[in-house]
Design a protein around this ligand. Structure first.
Ligand code: PEP
Ligand code: MN
Length: 263
C-alpha cells in the first residue's frame, strides 16, 4: 500500500491546516520535551516567527533511564494545545502507550511513533484506526525494509496518512550519536509515495552538527525536517546537547530555503 508500484503519485499528508507535500519544505520544530508553559509558548512563538510549519514537543518520553524525566503527560499535551492556540501552529507529539491514543488524539494534530516503538505492532495496528496523521520514525536498529513494512501495518489497518521520518541508525561509529542514513531518504522517496522527512537532531547529538545534517537531509530529497529547538538548550530536561538555539534555528531556516531554491 505504501509502495510507488501500488500508487505512482505522491501522497500529501495534512497536518492541522497545513500539508506536507512534494516541492515544499515542511519544517516541524520545538523542544525535545514540553517542560513549562513559558518554555513551550516562547519556543512556539520563536519557531513560528522563523518560519516553522508545525510545533513538536514530547509529553510522553521514551527515556533510556527510568530515573530520567519521563515527560509531563497530559499536562504537556494541554500546554502544547495552548501553544497552538497562541500561534496557530499545528502540534505533533509522541504516543508510546496504545492506551493513551484517545488522550493524544484529543490534543495532537499528528502522532509521532518513536524510533523505539517502530515495531510495536500493537501500537501500529491501533494507529491504523486513528484519525490523525502518523509520523513514523525509523528504529535505530531497523532496516529500510522493516521501516516501510511498519508503515504498511498502519496503512493496512486503515490509516494511509503516514510521514516517514529518518532519524539515524546505530553503526560501528560512535563519534556522532547515530549515523544519519541519507540513502534511506533517497530510497524511501523513490520507492514509496509517502512524504519523507528527516530528523537531524538525534543523529547529531550535538547542536554543532544539526545544520549540516539538516541540509544533507534536504539535499537527499526529503520533504521536510523535524528539529529540536529550545529557548535555553543547555538547561533542557532532555537532549540538552543537541537542541538548537532560536538563532541557530533561524540560520537553519534561511539555509534550508536557499538550498530548496537551488534544488
Ligand atoms: C524525540 O523525537 O525526542 C525522540 C525521542 O526521537 P526518537 O524516537 O527518534 O529517538
Ligand atoms: Mn529528543
Amino acid at each position: 500500500l505504501v509502495s510507488r508500484q501500488w500508487k505512482r503519485d505522491p501522497t500529501p499528508v495534512v497536518i492541522g491546516d497545513r500539508e506536507i507535500r512534494e516541492g515544499k519544505i515542511f519544517i516541524i520544530a520545538g523542544p525535545c520535551s514540553v517542560e513549562t508553559e513559558e518554555q513551550i509558548l516562547t519556543t512556539a512563538r520563536a519557531v513560528k516567527e522563523a518560519g516553522a510549519d508545525a510545533l513538536r514537543g514530547g509529553a510522553f518520553k521514551p527515556r533510556t533511564s527510568p530515573y530520567a524525566f519521563q515527560g509531563l503527560g497530559e499536562r504537556g499535551l494541554i500546554l502544547l494545545a495552548k501553544a497552538r492556540e497562541a500561534t496557530g501552529l499545528p502540534i505533533t507529539t509522541e504516543l508510546m502507550d496504545p492506551e493513551d491514543l484517545p488522550l493524544v488524539t484529543k490534543y495532537a494534530d499528528a502522532i509521532q511513533v518513536g524510533a523505539r516503538n517502530m515495531q510495536n505492532f500493537t501500537l501500529l495496528k491501533k494507529l491504523g484506526r486513528a484519525e490523525k496523521p502518523i509520523l513514523l520514525k525509523r528504529g535505530f536498529g531497523n532496516t529500510i525494509d522493516e521501516w516501510l513494512l511498519a508503515a504498511e501495518y498502519v496503512a493496512l489497518h486503515g490509516n494511509g496518512n503516514i510521514v516517514l521520518v529518518e532519524r539515524g541508525i546505530r553503526t560501528y561509529d560512535k563519534t556522532l550519536r547515530f549515523t544519519l542514513d541519507v540513502g534511506a531518504i533517497a530510497f524511501a522517496k523513490q520507492h514509496t509515495h509517502l512524504p519523507v522527512i528527516g530528523d537531524p537532531s538525534h543523529p547529531a547529538g550535538d547542536r554543532r552538527y544539526v545544520i549540516p545534517l539538516a541540509l544533507a537531509i534536504l539535499a537527499a530529497g526529503a520533504d521536510g525536517l523535524i528539529v529540536e529547538v529550545h529557548p535555553d538548550p543547555d538547561k533542557a530536561w532532555s537532549d540538552a546537547k543537541q537542541q538548537l538555539t532560536f538563532q541557530q534555528f533561524e540560520e537553519l531556516v534561511a539555509k534550508a530555503k536557499a538550498l530548496a531554491k537551488a534544488l
